[in-house]
Design a protein around this ligand. Sequence first.
Ligand SMILES: *Cc1c(COP(=O)(O)O)cnc(C)c1O
Length: 377
Amino acid sequence: MYGDGTTAVNAGRPPAEKYTPSLPGPVFAAYYHLPGEPAGPYTYGRDTNPTWTLLESAIAELEGGGEATSFASGMAAVSAVLLSLVRAGDAVVMPDDCYQTTRMLRERLESYGAEVRMVPTTGDAVFTALEGARLVYLETPSNPNLDTCDITRVCEAAHRAGALVAVDNTLATPLGQRPLDLGADISLASDTKAMTGHGDLLLGHVATRDPGIAEAVRLWRKTVGAVPGPMEAWLAHRSLATLEVRLDRQCANALAIAQALRGRDGVSGLRYPGLPDDPAHEIAARQMRRFGCVVSFTLPDEASAERFLGSLRLVGQATSFGSVHSMAERRGRWGGDAVPPGFVRLSAGIENTGDLVADVLQALAASAPAGGPDHVP
Ligand SMILES: *Cc1c(COP(=O)(O)O)cnc(C)c1O
């Protein structure tokens, strides 16, 4: 058993043969020469691609085994799971506090005749919603509120009730937690975020150890055509080599920022699953190996949050997370999340810890209203 860094740097690379590159470049092909019997592995560009094959074997290895299918975006992966496995008359249990675009699929599922039961990520509501369910969809830690649920416990109960369990693992990545090892049938993610970390591509994946689910998900990709571009797949694979070093720095930075913000005037609702007294910590510590790069907290109002964001020099304003560049946003600007107007989601990048903490603290001081507690005349 190798360490995470060793696994990440080698994952999915072909055997070292003389005169071949470490990672073959992207294969740009709409079709492959295919005389005679139309058998695989490479038939048509929407079905299979050698660049996907290598990336998918890397992702499957990081997920701890099984099969991975790569998609054009995180939402393509989310939709593949929810829409390929659920049929009219089925019941789906979903978090009411998960990624907001995922929640938009509720209406579509209902329009197709499925029953959708929305429950919070924390607490026991998920257990009372299981009866007769076909699929339980989890997101832990949740985006943006950073709540957790016990994956193993939910899987045991869901499997007893005859339901499959899928976990959106975007925030953690497989080096933060491995849902399949914890009992989930499906681990899926937006690889746009921490998994690839450079903010230059959109991609997603679905991983499973169940060949039937893998086949359904691949057929879904083929029929809706939500295929990744070869260039994106290659860039993603290249980025996986540094996954461990990126995550370790990002998680250390997130923890340092959380510690620096704790107890400060004007900061409330500070959340980071890695803080020992965080409400998510007990469960997170049981099932996560790294606590992620996202910290959230609430400033007194919209104006202070905007002053804070505008005063940051090293932290960009953008709506994403997991990048090597730190970024933050006032989440309430989108509507759709149950968060106060001053709620800030901050994603720690790989800048040096001291620089980042100093920047966050100077921006916090600058965010205080003139004449307020932090005002220095
Ligand atoms: C961003 C995100 C998605 C969607 O991913 P895209 O790559 O933007 O399509 C899904 N789930 C979570 C938790 C996310 O943060």
